[in-house]
Write a protein that binds this ligand. Structure first.
Ligand SMILES: Nc1ncnc2c1ncn2[C@@H]1O[C@H](COP(=O)(O)OP(=O)(O)O)[C@@H](O)[C@H]1O
Ligand SMILES: [Mg+2]
Length: 348
């Protein structure tokens, strides 16, 4: 079942924290809400769940206007960062909680609890208490509890941010599997972690200061971002101020070939190139500069090269003989790998 925000605005004490959000999550789609802390992601989720009332605009679930419905009548499952399990209840009792509240018959509760624990890989832990589980296991129980009511949509608010890095990557795989097993359940997944968004989401909605900045598939936003904020938030990006020329752009008098998509000659703009698409040595679109920093990252070296007062990052395959700090080097990138963005401040 889909979710639709129709110009939803939320304000606290007259302070707008979600500004006219228009966004549609298709039935069965995983939509990531990605953005820095304070950008309004949780507020958007709470508006869907019914925990916060929009100052204006409407929220639809499967075409039904639910703006005036109380949370428990919306058929929503929600998982938050802190596992929020009841410490005095066993795992199965925690998972049964929402069903009991809905006065589901006993036999059906038993069956649905078993099903939800099976789905989340927690079938063997039904009689334990939360304190006898690891953080990752507790979060699985929280997910099982959200699923037990057979929600029409599942809302997840930074569900992995309390877990350590290794657990997080395992849980990401688990969530992707869960989505394959529940293809009809739409998911709205709030995160400030680009890896989670790129890995899990069918589409990503990028939030910046209460507003939706961009929305698209991970590939679209990564390959062809339309603004500097999105470019730097979805994957690392080199963002360099340039001037549009007839065949591309100019950077400190150097001509670079680029599709400028009809931008006016002489206009100021921002050149965006992903660090892994910048090569070391001679090539098309040559950028001469001075090495300021080198980081060895195992499979790659990251070079920070000063080009006309701007730092350009290049991720290159591990170098046998890396340049020294202060060396003059050439960087280059293929004309197809550069994206022209409007001029503006980067937030990277
Ligand atoms: N209950 C509240 N009362 C007042 N301000 C709030 C409340 N909840 C959130 N805010 C403010 O709204 C803004 C957006 O918050 P939130 O939606 O939680 O952002 P995010 O989830 O992206 O970090 C923040 O500036 C936050 O301080
Ligand atoms: Mg939040």
């Amino acid at each position: 079942m889909g979710i639709r925000f129709d110009s939803v605005t939320v304000a606290y004490d007259g302070n707008v924290v979600l500004d006219s959000l228009d966004l549609t999550v298709e039935p069965g789609e995983v939509m990531a809400l990605l953005g820095p802390s304070g950008s309004g992601k949780t507020t958007a989720l709470r508006a869907v769940a019914g925990f916060v009332r929009p100052a204006s605009g409407r929220v639809y679930l499967g075409g039904e206007d639910v703006t005036d419905l109380p949370p428990y009548r919306r058929g929503i499952g929600m998982v938050v960062q802190s596992y929020a399990l009841f410490p005095h209840l066993r795992v199965d009792e925690n998972v049964a909680f929402g069903l009991k509240a809905r006065r589901t018959p006993k036999g059906e509760i038993r069956q649905r609890v078993a099903e939800a624990l099976e789905l989340t890989g927690m079938a063997g832990y039904a009689r334990r208490h939360p304190r006898e589980l690891s953080g990752g296991q507790q979060q699985r129980v929280a997910i099982a509890r959200a699923l037990a009511i057979r929600p029409r949509v599942l809302l997840l608010d930074e569900p992995l941010s309390a877990l350590d890095a290794r657990l997080r990557s395992g849980m990401l795989t688990e969530l992707a599997r869960l989505h394959r097993e529940l293809p009809d359940v739409s998911m709205l997944y709030v995160t400030h972690d680009q890896v989670e968004a790129l890995t899990l989401a069918d589409r990503i909605a990028v939030m910046d200061s209460a507003r939706l900045r961009a929305c698209g598939t991970p590939r679209e936003l990564y390959r062809a971002p339309t603004d500097a904020f999105t470019a730097s938030f979805v994957g690392g990006a080199n963002l360099v101020p340039v001037t549009v020329t007839a065949g591309g752009v100019s950077l400190a008098g150097t001509e670079l070939k680029l599709d400028t998509a009809g931008a006016a000659v002489g206009a100021r703009a921002t050149l965006c190139v992903r660090p892994h698409l910048v090569g070391l040595g001679e090539g098309p679109n040559r950028l001469p500069g001075t090495v300021r920093e080198i980081q060895w990252r195992g499979a790659t070296h990251r070079l920070y090269v000063e080009v006309d007062g701007h730092t350009v990052m290049a991720d290159v395959r591990e170098l046998k003989a890396p340049p020294a700090l202060g060396d003059t080097v050439d960087l280059h990138f293929a004309p197809d790998d550069g994206v022209l963005l409007p001029a503006g401040v980067s937030h990277g």
